[in-house]
Design a protein around this ligand. Structure first.
Ligand code: NOJ
Length: 754
């Protein structure tokens, strides 16, 4: 049913009009009505079973809407349902205030893009922006106005399962991708019919959880916070993000979600953020759980008092106790008003008062748009990383390949191809690696044979995240483990090449899925070793969202292509990469350790005592990575030359231009990611041995060259200094390296003076 045709854009209000409209509403609202605007309820649809976490029942949600006790919902993505609930919200409010609908549109809604860590591996802000623009278009079409994305938590410990959702280890790369994602979601105007509000999360430091255990406490120095963990959020705010989500854990001994310095001082006063802050799910009440607030009213007062505006709650929201907190004098009404105003302003900017409903027929058309699937395919191609290619095994030649054995438990798993954090998908249109190869190879030339080899690995401890049907792979019936493994190996033995698709099942990664090991789970390595032992050339295709322990594979498997969780068109993309229709050009957005004992392992460490022994810090393992940050191979071959500076001495505040020529000396057209690393030799703090300070993804035809110019200015040459308690730019000599990864050797230097 269509209430209003949402293609007619409402005129964009000026910021003065936004403020005036919010103030006019605010002046007429009771305390209870105001508090209702600060509560966001989950509205779980049929996707979720009732034996999952304690959830509101649908009638509770409807009751709360009809009485103005909530002004925001999350998890509703059916357009008929968003319209129905929206009507209840408007009718339940004396002032006709529409509800705000939020959802985790993390890497797509119906069209699923590669997981965020994969998108980061594209090193391509344009691809990232286009992906989130597609996600926004689909989300807005069904009535979602706010996404809980991008996740911008720097992650340096791959045991932490949520690494898959973020930008990796590096603040410079993460900041570029943060801004791109905000632009993709929001465009120029969140009131436009295909845009939604972006909600960078989790503010801040969540990725540094102790031991990589999800939700565990975090201790971060001011230097780490300012130089590493905050910059991506700042970039998102500068790109105009309309929302920020608080983090669950304690940060330096205080719940992050009640830290006034974060939300009021840094976010609003220092960075000028004008949007609203939402808690993570149930994190309002968590202030009691943390042993911080005595009761729900105090939790609400301390959360809102810190600058948090909206509580995302399952049952019994703490913020519903705000009237009590006001009566007790724990909080003043002006603080509550400021939060309510921010929520109302967001609704005005979104144009919800003019266009609260969606056109359900149009939603169906938007969700089915083939152009979205094409964008997802291209993104999957651009994010895959070629980790090894001994003897040029790849690309495979489809004109001469007579048989290929496609093996492994992930080779034909549609759910796993999509990765975690997807809900409203159509599995039938998801292309697995097996399906992609079948589609790409001519059956008259190449016979494609398939065997999974092993059964899915089981989660050791049950999780609340298993409630979504299909999330946990079904245990196959009548699966004779040894016989299946033998069958897979014999298919390999009788084929020209074996493509073995291994990794982590998607439910092994993501929220609540930290791991104590980085091994290939189950009997996967056993399968891989047995296949390699047949002597048939092997291509390992990896599906993962974090580095895995590939020590054996990196020495014994000739070709390794990491496709991550590549999304709806992942298999099509994988097949095109494997057969050379396109050259892989993704680059690692993190340092790939050899083993779990090395973590955290980062390229941008500082130099300390006995630097010549940096690579031999362990008794039993090299302390170098298996693959460096920024690494990735290509079907092209790249040479860097002519590294020059436009000056060798700059004054503070000035910029230096760094030029280099990138030549593709190979015989295939390919993309390269030119990377610039910087080191300050000495100064008023110890600075990392190398830090990424520029990158450019370029297409270079075979035999062709491209000139690249990087500009290094105060933003790249300054840093937050712990002793000074502020950002400083030292007078110092700097080394520069340019090349294809963090071990680049082509170098030059310059000096910052006066
Ligand atoms: C908890 C997660 O930490 C957060 O990232 C997510 O947005 C909410 N749940 C809602 O699903």
């Amino acid at each position: 049913m269509t209430d209003v045709d949402d293609r007619t854009p409402a005129p964009r209000p000026t910021e003065m009009q936004v403020r005036a409209r919010a103030d006019a509403l605010l002046s007429r609202m009771t305390v209870e009505e105001k508090v209702g605007q600060l509560v966001q309820y989950f509205s779980f649809g049929p996707h979720f079973t009732s034996d999952g976490p304690a959830l509101q029942q649908p009638d509770e949600v409807e009751h709360a809407l009809a009485r103005g006790r909530t002004g925001a919902l999350l998890f509703v993505t059916d357009p008929a349902e968003t319209n129905r609930l929206q009507r209840l919200a408007i009718e339940g409010s004396r002032h006709g205030i529409p509800a705000l609908f939020g959802f985790d549109v993390v890497h797509g809604l119906r069209t699923i893009f590669p997981v965020p860590i994969a998108m980061a591996a594209s090193w391509d802000p344009g691809t990232v922006e286009r992906g989130q623009a597609v996600a926004a278009r689909e989300a807005r079409a069904v009535g979602v106005h706010l996404t809980f994305a991008p996740m911008l938590d720097i992650a340096r410990d791959p045991r932490w399962g949520r690494m898959v959702e973020g930008p990796g280890e590096d603040p410079y790369l993460a900041s570029a991708l943060a801004a791109a994602q905000v632009r993709g979601f929001q465009g120029d105007d969140v009131g436009a019919p295909d845009r939604i509000i972006a909600g960078p999360k989790h503010f801040v430091g969540y990725g540094a959880a102790l031991g990589g255990r999800d939700y565990d406490e975090v201790d971060l120095s001011e230097s780490a916070l300012r130089n590493v963990y905050l910059p991506p959020f700042r970039a998102a705010v500068e790109a105009g993000a309309g929302n920020v989500m608080s983090a669950y854990m304690d940060l330096n001994g205080i719940p992050a979600g009640a830290t006034r310095r974060l939300f009021t001082e840094i976010l609003r006063e220092q960075w000028g953020f004008t949007g609203f802050v939402v808690t993570d799910a149930d994190a309002g009440r968590d202030l009691v759980t943390h042993g911080f607030a005595a009761d729900a009213a105090e939790a609400a007062a301390r959360g809102v008092g810190a600058g948090v505006d909206l509580e995302m709650a399952t049952t019994d929201p703490a913020y519903a106790h705000l009237p009590e907190a006001l009566e007790r004098g724990d909080l003043d009404i002006a603080t509550v008003d400021a939060s309510v105003r921010r929520i109302l302003e967001a609704k005005v900017r979104l144009g919800l008062f003019e266009r609260p409903f969606v056109d359900e027929r149009r939603a169906a058309v938007v969700l089915a748009d083939p152009a979205h699937r094409e964008e997802a395919r291209v993104a999957a191609e651009r994010s895959a990383v070629l980790l090894r290619n001994e003897g040029g095994l790849l690309p495979l030649d489809p004109t001469t390949l007579r048989s290929v054995a496609v093996l492994g438990p992930l080779a034909d798993s549609r759910r796993d191809t999509l990765g975690p954090w997807v809900f409203d998908v159509d599995l039938d249109e998801t292309v697995t690696v097996l399906a992609g190869l079948r589609g790409r190879l001519d059956p008259a030339v190449t016979e494609v044979r398939f065997a999974p080899g092993i059964r899915p690995a089981r989660r050791v401890f049950p999780s609340m995240f298993d409630v979504h049907p299909g999330n946990v792979p079904a245990d196959p019936e009548d699966f004779d483990d040894d016989a299946e493994l033998r069958r897979a190996v014999s298919l390999a033995a009788g084929s020209d090449v074996a493509v073995v698709v291994l990794g982590e099942w998607q439910h092994m990664i993501g929220e609540g899925a930290s791991r104590s090991s980085l091994d290939l789970p189950g009997r996967q390595e056993e399968l891989l070793r047995a296949v390699v032992a047949t002597g048939t050339p092997v291509v390992l295709v990896l599906m993962n969202g974090r580095p895995l322990d590939l020590r054996w594979a990196a020495e014994n498997v000739p070709a390794i292509l990491d496709v991550w969780y590549p999304g709806t068109r992942g298999g099509t993309a994988a097949a095109r990469l494997l057969t050379g229709d396109v050259s892989p050009a993704g680059r690692l957005p993190f340092t790939w350790p050899r083993s779990v004992g090395q973590v955290p392992l980062i390229y941008s460490h500082t130099r300390s005592h006995s630097p010549s022994a940096q690579g031999v810090r362990y008794w039993d393992e090299a302390s170098t990575p298996l693959f460096p940050f920024g690494f990735g191979l290509s079907y092209g071959r790249f040479a860097y030359s002519g590294l020059t500076l436009d000056r060798i001495s700059v004054r503070r505040g000035e910029s230096v231009a760094v030029s280099v020529t990138v030549t593709n000396t190979g015989n295939r057209d390919a993309d390269e990611v030119a990377q610039l690393y910087l080191h300050q030799r000495h100064g008023t703090a110890s600075r990392p041995v190398r830090e990424l300070a520029g990158f450019r993804r370029l297409h270079v035809p075979a035999g062709g060259s491209r000139d690249v110019v990087f500009r290094l200015g105060p933003a790249e040459l300054s840093y937050w200094n712990a002793a000074a308690g502020t950002v400083v730019q030292d007078r110092a000599p700097f080394d520069v390296w340019v090349g294809g990864d963090a071990t680049a050797e082509l170098t030059t230097s310059f000096v910052v003076t006066g």
